[in-house]
Write a protein that binds this ligand. Structure first.
Ligand code: SAM
Length: 264
């Protein structure tokens, strides 16, 4: 039977609580947390996932912005002393003390998903994996490859530093209140070797410029964004990319080659 939420959910904080125990089990199975691991949970809310994570992990660090959940989460802490709650904004909290091999598990609000994901990937933390419940639209963008209509800056930026896999979908009826759209669970496994910050910045700049005018050729897109034509032609030649191609056809490797040529 599904439990009903006792707290009035705040729309601005994207509060859609998981109320289906089967989905919680499925998320746990995908997260594959080992007994000696630390879990970072973003947005524990009423603790639906938190309890299950506390059963599975050595240490759980939960970051929650809404102090309405204090009584619920304090009660959980009584039961599970290895649960630490940070009452902070997940976008500004300091993650540097997290041990290597931490698993991130989160059912994220729409507004938080992209900035948080980018922050975690750029943090230099050696995360084992991130198991994120996201709006299906964001999940599709994360896993999309060249030629797919959902392939864009987010796909390239994330796939350049992690393997991304869509695990399963979640119907709106599994949440309270029901979101307007379906959700999906995505597993993001960061590459063991991290990219140098300068190369990463160059890639982000290149990708955003290339996708700034989706319908235009790469050459025109860069020109529209103020790049000198000769410099772009030369870089495309170095990267062995036809200037008449569009951004959506480039592979991750081609974007990296182009970024390296534009920002040697
Ligand atoms: N984990 C719970 C579950 O699955 O039922 C709640 C998920 S709900 C979709 C999102 C949670 O993120 C809420 O508890 C909300 O208060 C919290 N949240 C929203 N913005 C946040 C932020 N900037 N930093 C930390 N937590 C945030």
């Amino acid at each position: 039977m599904k439990a009903r939420a006792a707290i009035r959910p705040k729309k601005a904080l994207g509060q859609h609580f998981l109320v289906d125990p089967n989905i919680i089990k499925k998320i746990l199975a995908v997260a594959a947390v080992q007994k000696d691991q630390t879990v970072l949970e973003i947005g524990p809310g009423q603790g639906a996932l938190t309890r299950a994570l506390c059963e599975a992990a050595r240490q759980v660090i939960a970051v929650e912005i809404d102090q309405t959940f204090t009584p619920i989460l304090e009660a959980l802490q009584q039961q599970y002393p290895h649960l630490e709650v940070k009452w902070e904004d997940a976008l500004t909290v300091d993650y540097q003390a997290l041990p290597p091999g931490t698993v991130v598990v989160a059912n994220l609000p729409y507004y938080l998903s992209t900035p948080l994901l980018c922050r975690l990937l750029e943090s230099g933390l050696r995360l084992a994996r991130m198991v994120l419940t996201l709006q299906v639209e964001v999940a599709q963008r994360l896993v999309a490859g060249p030629g797919n209509r959902d392939y864009g800056s987010l796909s390239v930026i994330v796939q350049s530093c992690a393997a991304v896999e869509r695990a399963f979908s979640i119907a709106p009826s599994c949440f309270f209140p029901r979101p307007a759209v379906e959700s999906a669970v995505v597993v993001i496994s960061p590459n063991p070797s991290s990219m140098k910050p300068q190369r990463r910045q160059a890639l982000v700049h290149t990708v955003k410029t290339a996708f700034a005018h989706r319908r235009k050729t790469l050459l025109n897109s860069f020109r529209e964004e103020g790049w000198p034509v000769e410099k772009v032609v030369e870089a495309l030649q170095t990267a062995r990319i036809d200037p008449m191609r569009r951004a959506e056809t480039l592979s991750i490797q081609e974007f990296l080659a182009l970024a390296d040529a534009l920002f040697p």
